[in-house]
Design a protein around this ligand. Structure first.
Ligand SMILES: *Cc1c(COP(=O)(O)O)cnc(C)c1O
Length: 372
């Protein structure tokens, strides 16, 4: 006998997904609309406006890719890069490494600026790499490297890249809505994010924005974009234009409702207030972690405010502790990835979950599991 699926109502304090606001859940369950319904086009236009606010950009090439953050990553890279182009990727963790894999698949020539996992990218290393590789076309980096907990100064990295006439791709999958981002002021050319981390919606939507310079570059490509789904020229046919929208794919309307509601909640709070809330709660959380003997991996000043990586204490079976948190306390936190597997836990206080109640809950659950 089959029964309807009833998921546990988990407390999601890993690196994403995070818990969603009840209003977002409600929005997700409304009646679907056709992807060219006039009311749906209005919703798309409002999502665009809310995203411009969230990204701090005036660019009209601001919209959503119907897919997870990884699809936004691929969209940014595949549109800007042509076969044979030289690309510098700043790699200090698992997600930046994924960027190099995508560039290789496109046939780009990857130069890696390597950083220690758990540290912000050293701008001097990028400067040196650009001097050694003056033919570089694009520089790509991750703002908040969720695999390590380190936040890089992408304003500075972007400045250096532009000084060497490169376009800039920035991953803001974990930082959008939680950490200061000024896409226009920082001169970022292609920026993508996701719906399920700082924005506290369900997974499967990737907000994205391209600068005017990037759009111009894409229009002037010598070779066609090596992806049908992610070709900006086709996507903009669906996302812009006052009279006629061109069908691209069947937009998952309910996902759009959820994202719209999540963006509205953020706008109502005020994005600067949300940034401040995440920063303050991160400070409180880390001081309480230290009180129970847990040390952050990342040095002060380089930490992501909505995701803390802590070192697993000596003598603790980290997988067993996580499964006890899940089974006894209904709490999900994240494990280490790649070279940090088994060495750290990653704990998220994102969007809806960034509050004192969640801090207290998580600290007491950790205390209980660690005392044995
Ligand atoms: C989670 C994450 C991704 C991938 O996003 P998905 O929505 O899982 O595809 C990419 N980059 C960073 C920095 C992430 O944290």
């Amino acid at each position: 006998m089959h029964n309807s699926f009833k998921p546990q109502n988990r407390i999601l304090m890993g690196p994403g997904p995070s818990n969603v606001h009840p209003k977002v859940l409600e929005a997700l369950s409304k009646a679907p609309l056709g992807h060219l319904d006039p009311q749906f086009i209005e919703l798309m236009d409002d999502i665009k406006l809310l995203l411009k606010y969230t990204f701090k950009t005036e660019s009209d090439a601001t919209f959503v890719i119907s897919g997870p953050g990884s699809l936004g990553m691929e969209a940014s890279l595949v549109n800007l890069i042509e076969h044979g182009d030289k690309i510098i990727v700043c790699v200090g963790g698992y997600f930046a490494n994924r960027m190099t894999q995508i560039v290789e698949k496109i046939g780009g020539q990857v130069v890696v600026v390597k950083e220690t996992w758990g540290r912000a990218i050293d701008p001097q290393k990028l400067e040196d790499a650009l001097k050694q590789n003056p033919d570089t076309k694009v520089v790509a980096f991750v703002h908040a490297e969720t695999s390590t907990g380190a936040l890089s100064n992408i304003k500075l990295l972007s400045e250096i890249a532009h000084k060497h006439n490169c376009l800039v791709v920035a991953d803001t999958v974990t930082s959008l809505g939680t950490t200061e981002i000024y896409v226009d002021q920082w001169d970022l050319d292609a920026v993508y994010s996701c719906s399920q981390k700082g924005l506290s919606c369900t997974a499967g939507m990737s907000p994205i924005t391209f600068s005017e310079r990037a759009v111009h570059h894409i229009k002037k490509r010598k070779t066609p974009v090596q992806s049908w789904f992610n070709d900006l020229n086709l996507l903009l046919g669906y996302w812009s234009g006052t009279d006629k929208r061109i069908y691209h794919h069947t937009a998952p309307s309910n996902q759009f409702y959820g994202l719209h509601e999540a963006l509205l909640i953020l706008k109502d709070e005020g994005i600067e207030n949300a940034w401040r809330r995440h920063k303050e709660n991160s400070g409180k959380f880390i001081s309480k972690l230290k009180q129970i003997g847990l040390e952050p991996l990342v040095p002060e000043g380089e930490r992501i405010p909505n995701l803390t990586a802590v070192k697993v204490p000596e003598g603790i079976d980290e997988a067993k502790a996580r499964s006890e948190l899940l089974n006894k306390h209904n709490l999900e936190i994240g494990a280490g990835l790649g070279e940090l597997a088994g060495k750290i836990w990653r704990i998220g206080l994102m969007g809806y979950n960034s509050n004192e109640k969640m801090i207290e809950f998580c600290i007491s659950a950790l205390k209980d599991v660690l005392k044995k």
